[in-house]
Each structure stands twice: as C-alpha cells, then as structure tokens.
Write a protein that binds this ligand. Structure first.
Ligand code: SF4
Length: 472
C-alpha cells in the first residue's frame, strides 16, 4: 500500500501567523445550517436559507472580509480564538495542522497566492442535520436531536446547556435546526466542488440520516469520488457492510469512529444506554475487517479506520485502558505499527476545550497527579507510542497537565464546580450515575458538592422543572 508523508512540514514554507488556509479553500456547513470559516468555531458567516445558498455565503461579505483581514496581517482573535488559545499554550492548532497537509500544499506558496485562488471548493465539512441517536456529554442540541430535551431540562435547572452556555432563546430555536439540507442545497454546493479533494461528513449521525445517502448519490452524479477522499465521523451504532459498500467509489475512505473511553466510560459519556461498549468494540472490528477486504480486493483502494476521541475530565483517568484498547484493536501489540503512512489505521485524541467545564485544563488539583500517572503508565507500557504519529496527542496531554497555564485560581475553581454540577444535573435527567466512572473522580465530585447541598439543589430543580412543565 502506498506510503505518504502526510502531515509533515514541507519545503520550509511558512504562512504568516495571521493566515489560515481554511477560509480560502474550505466550505464548512454545520448541522444548524450555519456556514462558518471552519469547524473550530460556531461564529456564523450566515445561515443557509431559501434566499441565500451556501455558495452565496461563501462569497458573502463576512467571509470576504475575514480573508482580507488575514491577508492584511490581522488575526481574528474572536472568531479564531480556538486556534489562538492552543497556539499560545504551545499546543498544535487546526490552523497549523492544515498548513502542513499535503492535501493542500500546492494551493499556496505565499499569502498572496490566496488572492488568485480559483472559484472552487477544495475541501468540504458538511453536516446534513442534527438528527442523532446518541447524546454525548460534550455535545449539544445543535448537533444531536437527542440532546434537545436534555438541554431544555438543564436550562430549567439553571445549568448551562451542552456546548457550555446555550441561552434559553437559542435552545428554543433548536427545532428550526432540525430542518435538513435539501437536494437543491446539496446540488448548489456540489456544482462548485468538482475539484474537491476531501469531504468530511459530520454529525448528527450520518449512517441513520437519509440525506447522507442522497449526498453520496449526488456525488456520483457530479463525478465526485474517484479523485476525492471522504472522511465520515460516526458513532458506529448503525454501520453494516451494505452501508459501507455505498462508499466504494471514493479514492480514499476514512471511517472516523467517535469514541473516547472504554466500557462504562463509553456508555456514560456517549451512548447513554443506546449502545453497549461491547457493541461499539464489535463495530470497530467490523469496520477494520471491511477496510482490510476492500484494500485487498482493490490494491488502489485506501480504506482506514480512525478512532476519533477527545481528552477531557471524564476520561482523564481512563487514558491507559482506552489507548491499550486501541493498541490491541490495531494489532500494534503483536506487530510493528506502521509509523507514518496516511493509509494505516490511526487515532486522534484532541484536547477538548469546549464546553469549558469539561476541559481537563480545569481538572482538580487532587485528580491531576492521577491523570499524569495514566499518561506515564501508558508510555512505559507501550514504548512504541513514542514512534507513532499519534504521540503528538499524548504530548499535548502531557503539556496540558504539566503546566499551570497561568490560570486564575477563582476561574479554575468555578469551572471545576461547574463540571460537578453539570455532571450531577445530567445524571439526574438521564438516570445515570457518575459512580460508574473512576472511584477517585466520584469521590472528588462528592467532596466538591456536599451531599446536603446537592439534595437541596435537586429538590429545587425538581420543583422548578414541575412548574415549568405545568405551564407548558
Ligand atoms: S485559524 Fe483556526 S479557527 Fe480560524 S479559520 Fe483557521 S482553523 Fe478555523
């Protein structure tokens, strides 16, 4: 199978620190029908409607002004703060990642190149609606229809909704977001995407979404596939061989399976009872086996499984078990891992920064050493991890945990407290219990929120919730 030096810096070329290639080359459509500069921000460049297509917005005032600003040497501190926050902490940002991708390296030689880019989309991030059967704790009603009710309940309890701080009015508009992308809207995008190199499908859950399969049919009609990579982010609950067969026209297929913890961690953090951990593990093996067969049948095919996780407070004490599972699933424990091929199975474990109260940046001082121990145990048990590309995620975790990042102590305490109340509130709504997670984490939550004040809080939530229901 072909080897690729993907993700390596190249040619010594460097873009200005204010430039990002994504707003110039990429179209990003959220489940909310909002267009953004990339998937790292929710700052809208406009919402797709009957009067404004995705392409109208891509050429619209907001994105044009952003591109001009970047070329002038101004960084957009608000809209691009996710990348800026990472870069100032010495962590790798999406902006930096994209500048080093072979996928787009021929598209620029210096910032001026962008002025003459053709009127074409090279990369698409797209979600068709928020229709989903999971309600992952770090998600929100904007991306999961299952979350909408929980979000409303959280707000009634006085706790910010998913994605940290959804306002009641915004939550009430969620139902609007459930309008799905129409065939005409998809056609308008594909018309300008005949040179697209990579398509990333995001959630809702694509494999239960009929618009996803319509989109695949349309790609075929527009001749998009044989020269295009496709990456599908999925929760793995509805994958079978027939559905995977629908992807065989694409040049390169990456099944991006979202999972960040093993056993109870998975069920607590993501599926919320919809899917058992054993079923998810079977789904990972099914995808892996399908990739193997496709690559065997067609030596030019490139199919891979990517485990797509996020590192946050909930799974910080599960890191060792989780990565051990990946090592075994990929057979890295019994055979030498391929260190640097784009086409090998892989895993991404990005630091989660939003919702802020779930970020491991705010883990309590008592839990932090335990999280560091997980990291050390992992590196000691699997020295091979030092040589694989994924080591950069472990280095980011180490950097996050080993520095204090000059956090304001009051701010840190406030986010940790929010983590505890958010956890208890969601448990109350979903009939789950954080006690299935690590005992040290459970003890720390209980130390933070005394049981008596929690009981009072629950009583208050219940009465407010009842009042809310009766007035509906
Ligand atoms: S700098 Fe970061 S946030 Fe801004 S457009 Fe690029 S990837 Fe997105």
């Amino acid at each position: 199978m072909a080897s690729d030096q993907n993700d390596k810096p190249f040619d010594g070329r460097k873009l200005s620190d204010t430039i990002c290639i994504l707003p110039f080359t990429s179209l990003s459509v959220h489940a909310t029908r909002h267009l953004t500069r990339c998937q790292m921000t929710e700052q809208s460049s406009g919402q797709i409607s009957d009067s404004e297509s995705a392409m109208d917005l891509w050429h619209g005032k907001k994105l044009v002004e952003l591109r001009e600003k970047m070329i002038r040497g101004e960084f957009d501190e608000i809209g691009c703060r996710n990348c800026r926050n990472k870069e100032v902490k010495g962590l790798r940002s999406k902006r930096q990642h994209w500048h080093e991708l072979n996928l787009v390296k021929d598209l620029w030689s210096d910032p001026n190149t962008f002025k003459t880019l053709p009127d074409n989309i090279f990369h698409i991030d797209i979600a068709f609606s928020n229709f989903c059967n999971f309600k992952c704790r770090m998600c929100s009603g904007a991306y999961s229809s299952q979350w909408v009710r929980d979000e409303e309940a959280l707000i009634k309890m006085g706790i910010a909704g998913g994605s940290g701080g959804i306002k009641p009015k915004e939550a009430a508009r969620r139902k609007e977001h459930m309008r799905r992308l129409s065939e005409d809207e998809m056609r308008a995008i594909l018309e300008k995407s005949r040179q697209v190199r990579r398509i990333e499908i995001l959630g809702g859950e694509p494999f239960i979404n009929q618009e996803f399969f319509l989109f695949l049919d349309l790609c075929k009609e527009y001749g998009i596939g044989p020269n295009t990579e496709i990456m599908i982010t999925t929760n793995g609950s509805s994958i079978d061989r027939d559905k995977l067969e629908r992807l065989t026209d694409f040049k390169y297929v990456n099944i991006n399976l979202s999972v960040d913890g093993t056993g109870e961690y998975f069920e607590y953090m993501r599926s919320s009872g919809t899917m058992k951990w054993t079923e998810l593990a079977e789904s990972a093996l099914l995808i892996k086996e399908f990739c193997k067969q496709r690559n065997k049948i067609n030596p030019n095919a490139c199919w891979k499984l990517n485990i797509n996780g996020s590192y946050q407070i909930y799974n910080s004490l599960n890191l060792y078990d989780f990565v051990s599972w990946i090592v075994e699933t990929f057979d890295w424990n019994t055979s030498e891992p391929i260190v640097n091929s784009k086409f090998r199975h892989s895993w991404e474990h990005r630091l989660l920064f939003g919702p802020r109260h779930l970020s491991a940046l705010y883990i309590s001082d008592r839990l932090k050493p335990l999280a560091c121990d997980q990291h050390k145990k992992l590196i000691n048990s699997y020295p091979l991890l030092n040589s694989v590309r994924e080591n950069s995620y472990l280095k980011d975790i180490e950097t996050l945990l080993s520095k204090d990042h000059k956090l304001d102590p009051a701010d840190k305490e406030s986010h940790w407290n929010m983590f505890c109340w958010y956890t208890l509130a969601l448990d109350e709504i979903r009939g789950q219990s954080y006690r299935v997670l690590n005992p040290a984490l459970a003890e720390e939550i209980e130390n933070t929120v005394s049981s008596s004040s929690y009981q009072n809080q629950v009583e208050r939530w219940k009465s407010e919730s009842l009042q809310g229901n009766s007035s509906e």
